[in-house]
Write a protein that binds this ligand. Structure first.
Ligand SMILES: NC(=O)c1ccc[n+]([C@@H]2O[C@H](COP(=O)([O-])OP(=O)(O)OC[C@H]3O[C@@H](n4cnc5c(N)ncnc54)[C@H](O)[C@@H]3O)[C@@H](O)[C@H]2O)c1
Ligand SMILES: O=c1ccn([C@@H]2O[C@H](COP(=O)(O)OP(=O)(O)O[C@H]3O[C@H](CO)[C@@H](O)[C@H](O)[C@H]3O)[C@@H](O)[C@H]2O)c(=O)[nH]1
Length: 485
């Protein structure tokens, strides 16, 4: 017998368990879209409506040719099976809220850009607006689920807003159900999660709401993988998980600098360390630096939380994980300049990959953006190629990274190319910024022929066979490898 059901019975609840038949998800982004599409696929008896204020995004989710707004392996197949059956995308947020018995709040929570906590705290404006909308339009009781990543105790603010603004007879139970999917593997992560975490208040109503959500996941997730905890533990666990994952990458990247200085090989070190079952082999791949919309934002959020709680040593500890990541990106760009005889002015550099990792078109906090900005500052010419990132997105990111440069100037220095081979034509150096599998398969002989000599390769992802490339004639520098060129 499930411990939660036990508790439920032992508390002799007058509240009977809620049966969820209609779900609404506010936010049709990287999390709301895939998560709720998978719920719809696995729970054909539940109607799932994903709503968003962004009309273009909703149109893309509804597009006849399935040109979905995000690229994620396996996602199109899920949407093809469920859309129109029990999965719907809409801009009618109010109707979505009114019809549902359970509402996921899956809106963005970026780092604040101005005001108190700027640069660190999470901007909770979108969460607050969505919560206020729920209170304003709901005409029956709802379970409201925090899916967005939020600071510890955000659920309390949501509850205060809901209780202060609800219509008579409407009751809201708040759950925390953070999402742990990684982009690029979102669908397989959702199909077989390591765990599903549900946080609730330990009141009869809170526990009843928790059981209702647990029942949804039970349609495909083994019961023992659904962890039920208190609300604040659930909120903090999400920040903690990301901080500890990012900390592993910063640790291995810090060691990569020592490898380069000593002649040790970071892959060998990672392999040896990861063989200890207490450490484990995953997430020890040295790189040009972690990117993505979550790691940096969530650690900064934890730093802010620690400072607000008057724990400066704790804040400094976590801040160092982000600082090491910045150092790694700068260090890599400097290696390129140093190796190309201390100047890249007027030289053409091919940057392969713009997404923050392979198998996604997402560029948020991508290391490629800071690399290209540093190359631009050195007045280099940059050719970029990425198999998934839309060109408009590349221009937007580069403009945001160098706000003082007019876009015409950026376009004079940067060219977006249709293939890796084209990007490398007449270049002095190739920089591998994203670990797309296709970069391993490039016809490197052809690349070499088309490049200026000496032809340099800088592997920021430990992706290519350096020895093979050296035999062709390339001078290769790989992150965390003592041997160079
Ligand atoms: N991207 C990931 O891999 C990932 C993984 C786990 C958790 N998270 C967390 O999940 C949350 C969402 O992330 P995301 O990457 O999906 O963001 P996103 O920007 O891709 O999507 C958020 C969507 O919410 C919509 N929105 C904002 N306010 C709204 C409102 N009031 N009403 C209706 N729609 C509204 C936006 O238009 C946008 O389309 C964040 O808190 C993030 O930290 C993200
Ligand atoms: O050994 C590694 C593993 C990852 N990375 C880089 O780290 C970044 C983040 O990668 P990953 O964690 O795989 O992707 P995300 O989609 O950012 O997923 C993270 O952030 C999500 C949002 O909170 C969480 O849900 C996930 O559990 C967590 O893995 C990327 O730039 C990767 O290239 C490395 O450099 N070395």
């Amino acid at each position: 017998m499930d411990a939660l059901q036990d508790r439920f019975k032992s508390q002799k609840l007058s509240t009977s368990p809620v049966k969820v038949t209609k779900i609404c998800c506010i936010g049709a982004g990287y999390v709301g879209g895939p998560t709720c599409a998978v719920i719809a696929l696995k729970c054909p008896h539940i109607q799932v409506t994903i709503v968003d204020l962004n009309e273009a995004r909703v149109d893309a989710w509804n597009s006849e040719d399935f040109k979905l707004p995000i690229y994620e392996p396996g996602l199109e197949e899920v949407v093809r099976k469920a859309r129109g059956r029990n999965l719907f995308f809409s801009t009618d947020v109010d109707k979505g809220i009114q019809d549902a018995d359970l509402i996921f709040v899956s809106v963005n929570t970026p780092t604040k850009k101005s005001g108190v906590g700027a640069g660190f705290a999470a901007d909770l404006n979108y969460v607050e607006l969505a919560t206020r909308r729920i209170a304003a339009v709901a005409n029956s009781s709802k379970i409201v689920v925090e899916k967005s990543t939020v600071p510890c105790r955000t659920a309390e603010s949501m509850r205060t807003i809901l209780e202060a603004n609800s219509k008579p007879g409407c009751h809201f139970d708040i759950l925390s159900n953070p999402e742990f999917l990684a982009e690029g593997t979102a669908i397989s992560d959702l199909f077989a999660p390591d765990r599903v975490l549900i946080g609730s208040l330990q009141t009869p109503e809170g526990i009843a709401a928790c059981v209702a959500l647990k029942d949804v996941y039970k349609n495909w997730v083994p019961a023992e993988k659904v962890l039920t905890v208190g609300l604040w533990s659930s909120e903090l666990s999400k920040l903690a998980a990301n901080a500890m994952l990012a900390q592993r990458i910063s640790s291995i990247n810090a060691l990569s600098a020592i490898c380069e200085a000593t002649g040790a090989n970071i892959d060998e070190v990672a392999h040896a360390v990861g063989k200890d079952t207490r450490v484990g082999p995953k997430f020890l791949k040295a790189s040009v630096g972690f990117g993505g919309s979550c790691f940096q934002k969530d650690i900064l959020n934890l730093v802010y939380l620690s400072e607000s709680l008057h724990l400066p040593e704790v804040a400094a500890y976590w801040r160092q994980v982000v600082e090491m990541n910045e150092y790694q990106k700068r260090r890599f760009a400097k290696t390129v300049v140093d190796t190309l005889f201390n100047t890249i002015t007027g030289k053409r550099i091919a940057v392969l990959g713009f997404a923050f990792k392979a198998d996604t078109g997402d560029t948020r906090e991508s290391a490629a953006i800071s690399l290209i900005r540093d190359f631009q500052d050195e007045r280099a010419l940059v050719n970029v190629y990425d198999p998934q990132v839309p060109h408009d997105q590349i221009w937007l990111d580069l403009q945001e990274a160098s706000p003082r440069l007019p876009i015409e100037q950026i376009k004079k220095q940067v060219t977006i190319c249709p293939s890796a081979l084209e990007a490398c034509r007449n270049a002095e150096a190739v920089v591998i910024a994203t670990e797309w599998a296709e970069f391993r398969e490039i016809d490197w002989e052809a690349v070499y022929k088309n490049m200026n000599k000496p032809a340099f390769v800088f592997d920021g992802r430990l992706l290519v066979d350096a020895e093979k490339l050296r035999k062709i004639g390339f001078k290769v520098t790989s992150i965390g490898r003592g041997e160079r060129l």
